[in-house]
Structures are given as structure tokens and as C-alpha cells.
Design a protein around this ligand. Sequence first.
Ligand SMILES: [Zn+2]
Ligand SMILES: [Zn+2]
Length: 400
Amino acid sequence: MNLVVDLHSHSPYAGASGKSDFKRLSYVMGIKGINIYGSGDILLKKWEDELCAEFPFDRQKSMWVIKEGQYLMPQTEIIVTLPYAQNPAKRKLFHVVILFGDMESVYTVRTMMEKKGSKLGIGRPFVKFESYPEMQDFFIEMKRKARVAIVPAHVVTPEGILGGKNPVDSVTEIWGEASSCIDALETGLSADPEMLAAVAGGLDVPLISSSDAHSAAFNRLGREFTLLDMQEESASGVLAALAAKAVLKTAEFPPFEGRYYLTGHRLDRPGHNGQEVWYLDNPPAVCPLCGKPFVEGVRQRIKRISSGLAVRKQAFVYQMPLIEIIAASLGCGAGSKKASDLYIKIAGQAGNESSLWFQDADVALQGVPDAVIEGIRAVKENRFKIKYGFDGQYGQILLA
Ligand SMILES: [Zn+2]
Ligand SMILES: [Zn+2]
């Protein structure tokens, strides 16, 4: 069976997130067409208790049941920190998503984290190591003792394993022997599967997309998602599908909208006199306008570190949160009643938003203003102008 999953979220306890609103969660999952959603922050006992008070836990599926066909699976994100091999005075930091096949495995990982001195009273806990091998042993032990899937998160963002101020050129450089414990890589908002395949190196793992949502807003929950071919509708079914590399497709936020897609300098930098510079390819070492080095964009970085090894090809579609297309096409705010009324109508006619992106959209677009239809088609067919992001400035899809 094909199920739409979004396997990375956060509770209200991970900072920068709203209050939990379980009614809205169920409603938005339905309208987005998400079948299995990551619980977020499940190492935090308080969040586990809140979920258990709100939804029945199906022990067979090892998931909380929101309603038929709609589940939460136990999931967390942890922050790994360790000395940076190239300069041990600095620390390397990156995020890892862990998916659990059952609650016993959650308790096992809690104990392991506590043994390492982690404080589990926050949504996204840290785990601190003093060497790469110590970290590798930790994940090898986790894989041996618990039923988990290990997914390095948003790998080319600053908090991902390949990003950051202390960069490494491949995932395996840090993971070493524990590379075989990795079940999937998460593309994150700043990369798509094609870009990521180039830097996955020898790792033959599926690439998944998740929202990393901190709230159940229309443009957060499910802003990226994954279509899995599953044998069984359960938490272990998700683990098994990843192990079998049964990712059919992902829906991707266009990476060129990210704030660091191209290498360049913004127009408001000293010495620029209101002129911006950016390079699709082959940027010079320093800026011709101000003489300062550039902030390297994701596109350039991926080109530079891509291994040229055999890559796994995986299908994906670009999408934008439908609510934002509607707002842009109608010239109103994404939070306006006008936009959300039309959103609910289109999603309802499509069945849900994910089928709008994964399938033919015609039926869904009956009685919808032409400007909005054109906006949706333009995104689906990749015909839009792009204002690229660079040097901290967001890019934009220009629909008109
Ligand atoms: Zn993260
Ligand atoms: Zn410059």
C-alpha cells in the first residue's frame, strides 16, 4: 500500500513552536493527506504523556491513532556534538532524526542518552561525544539494542552533517563504521534528491523529505513529504519500507528559494553601491565589487564535494504550499480567510493536498479562479521564473 508520510516534526517543547493543538493537527493532516506523521520529541516524557492522554496507542501498530488511516509514530530529533577532526578546538554539530519501531525502543534510547549525560527535559536533546569512534559506537549499539531507523536530518543545512561552519565533505567521513546504521538521509528544504544523491557518496540509502514542522499550520505541517510503498501500516512498517528502500517519490520545497542557494553578495553590502552579484556556476574566489570572500551557496558546495560515485535516482516533484500559491495568485495574505477558504475548497476537491501534487489536478480545479489554476499548473510543470536565494536572502518563485 502507498502511504504518505511526514517523519520529522517537533512538539511545543522544542522551542520556536506554538502550543499543541491536537484538533488542528488532525484536521491539517487530513487536508494535507498525511497518513503517518512523526510525533516529534518523543524522548521527552512529558510529551509522551500528553500524546497518550490525547490519542489511543495501538500496541500492534506501535502508533497513536488519530483516526482511521491517520497515525503518529514515535520519533525524535537529537543534536550530536563532537570535536571537529580538522580542528579539535572546535566542535562539529549536526542533527539526527530517530524513528522508533516500538515504545520499548524509545525507553532503551532514553537510557542510552542518559548514560551519556544527555538532559532529556527538552524537546530536542543534545548528546555529546569526545571522538568520532565514540559516536559511531553509540549508534552501532543503538541499532543493536533498539528497533530504530537513523536518519541524518536536513544534511546540507547549517545544522546538517554536511553543512555548518565546520564542514566535512562526506557523511561517511564522520559516520565511518556506523555508516551502515544509516537508514535514510533527509533532504531538508535546501536540497532535492538530485542534489543530495551527488553527495551521498557510497551510501546507498533512500532519500526522504519531511516538514520539520513546529506547528500544524497549512504551510508548515507536510510542507515536504514522502510516498512510501509499505507492507504494513505500522511503525515497523515504516522501518521496513526504509530498509527495503521503498521510497516511491518525495514532494520537495524548491531548493532555489532557500536563503543560501547560490554563491553571491547582497546589494546592501559595503562597497556594492546597490548592486547584487550571484553566480549560477563557477564563482570567482572573491567578490569583484567588494573584494571579500563569498558565502558559499548550497549549489556550489554540492558541486564541489560531490563524489561522482554511482548515485541513486529517486523520483520527486517540486511543490509549494498550496496556501502560498493561492495567496500569491490572489494577491492576499496566506493567513487570510479568502486564501484559506479557497484552500479548503481545492484540497477538498482533490481529496487532499498531497494528491493534488502527486496526481492529475484537473478535477480539483473546478470552479477555481484562473489565476490560481495557472499558479498551480506553473509549479507542477516547473514553468516559473526564479529569483534565487543567496547570501542570506530568500529566493522566490515568480508565478506571473
Ligand atoms: Zn533539525
Ligand atoms: Zn561583495
